[in-house]
Design a protein around this ligand. Structure first.
Ligand code: SF4
Ligand code: SF4
Length: 358
């Protein structure tokens, strides 16, 4: 049977209050309150937006959903695991300060922000999944202790996975640093002849894997952790990757980590994708006012993490009148790897019914 994905049209111009109200309409239409019980420790998985990024999903858009959780007498908290790359979300202290600056805290939303993988992002637990790429995955420890989860993703393009939405929010965003490292380990990057030796990648590399030679920079593959920071930082398209194969393994591993996150939360998890301000790159970029690659579409919600991402991808491609790899400008990427693999391993179903909500 097809999984239901609830959809409401929305755009940034609605304003944050109206977007919040529209999300609540979906919450009610899907009867999602049934997934949250009294005294559930409920993780509200968000992305607080990298410092300097302006297109992330704003905190006020979540106000209504948080109120619904509180009404169900759950104990919700805002959460997001530490990043692998060096930035303001790399450790719990900087991350919490940034979350607060962007309104994701008790003062802004009436519930606290708690980093789920410890001070340094290395507090994770092994979860057995027995899948093709991973037998075990590594998830932020506090997320595995929660009884329920509300995932709120901002649908964007992504330089390595083509797009990021619910599967990426769960798989990458809830993994401990060890889990993130495992997922990125398939990425093997090389510096090409476009390199002008500006040194930016050298400064950004968290693993000291880059040296600046006489002609171009060089990546020590034994030290490289595949975080793709250099790829994101280089303005001269001098960092190459074998996208075809590496991208497939990365997306499969991400889906397997998502499966691990949801273990023990069967019928206790709800997913939202906001398909507005869709940019070529994700909210981890510290870039101001990145241009949209498609017009705003709306909000979707479901209890099926695969159905919601498939529906979001279809909506985005229909709106953009192009396949997503073309919209993000890298035809070697394939957004379907994560969806097809997620369905294969039992994370959900790509067969969906879109239910319109007014
Ligand atoms: S950022 Fe790009 S151009 Fe600059 S040194 Fe690194 S690879 Fe070369
Ligand atoms: S060289 Fe490797 S570790 Fe360093 S920034 Fe690039 S991908 Fe990350």
């Amino acid at each position: 049977m097809a999984s239901k994905v609830y959809f409401i049209e929305a755009s940034l111009s609605d304003g944050e209050r109206k977007l919040s109200d529209k999300a609540v309409k979906l919450f009610k239409a899907g009867k999602f309150a049934n997934c949250f019980s009294e005294n559930d420790f409920t993780a509200v998985k968000i992305h607080v937006g990298e410092d300097g990024n302006t297109t992330y999903l704003k905190a006020d858009c979540l106000k209504g959903l948080v109120k619904e959780l509180l009404a169900s007498k759950a104990k919700p908290f805002l959460t997001d695991a530490s990043t692998l790359y060096i930035g303001r979300r790399h450790n719990a202290i900087d991350h919490t300060v940034l979350a607060s600056k962007h309104g994701f805290d008790y003062a802004g939303l009436g519930i606290p922000f708690i980093v789920p993988d410890g001070l340094f992002g290395n507090s994770g637990v092994e979860v057995e999944v027995n899948c093709e790429v991973n037998k075990k995955v590594f998830i932020a420890s506090e997320l595995m202790k929660c009884q329920s989860l509300l995932s709120i993703a901002h649908f964007t393009g992504h330089l390595a996975t083509c797009f990021g939405a619910t599967i990426k929010t769960l798989g990458m965003g809830c993994a401990s640093k060890e889990g993130k490292l495992k997922q990125h380990s398939s990425l093997k990057l090389q510096i090409n002849d476009n390199c002008v030796l500006c040194g930016v990648c050298y400064k950004h590399c968290p693993a000291d894997a880059i040296t600046l030679g006489k002609v171009k920079a060089h990546i020590d593959q034994d030290k490289c952790i595949g975080c793709a920071e250099c790829l994101a930082a280089c303005r001269f398209t001098a960092v190459d990757s074998d996208w075809g194969q590496q991208n497939e393994v990365l997306q499969k591993s991400m889906a397997e980590h998502a499966l691990g996150v949801l273990k023990g939360k069967e019928n206790k998890a709800v997913f939202f994708n906001f398909i507005i301000s869709v940019t070529k790159d994700c909210d981890c970029f510290d870039a101001k006012d990145m241009p949209n690659i498609i017009d705003d579409i709306g909000i979707v919600a479901s209890t099926d993490p695969v159905a919601i991402d498939k529906a979001s991808l279809d909506l985005a491609e229909a709106k953009g009148k192009k396949k997503l790899p073309q919209l993000v400008g890298n035809s070697e990427l394939n957004p379907r790897y994560q969806i097809e693999h997620a369905e294969r391993i039992g994370l959900g179903s790509a067969d969906y019914e879109l239910v319109g909500v007014d």
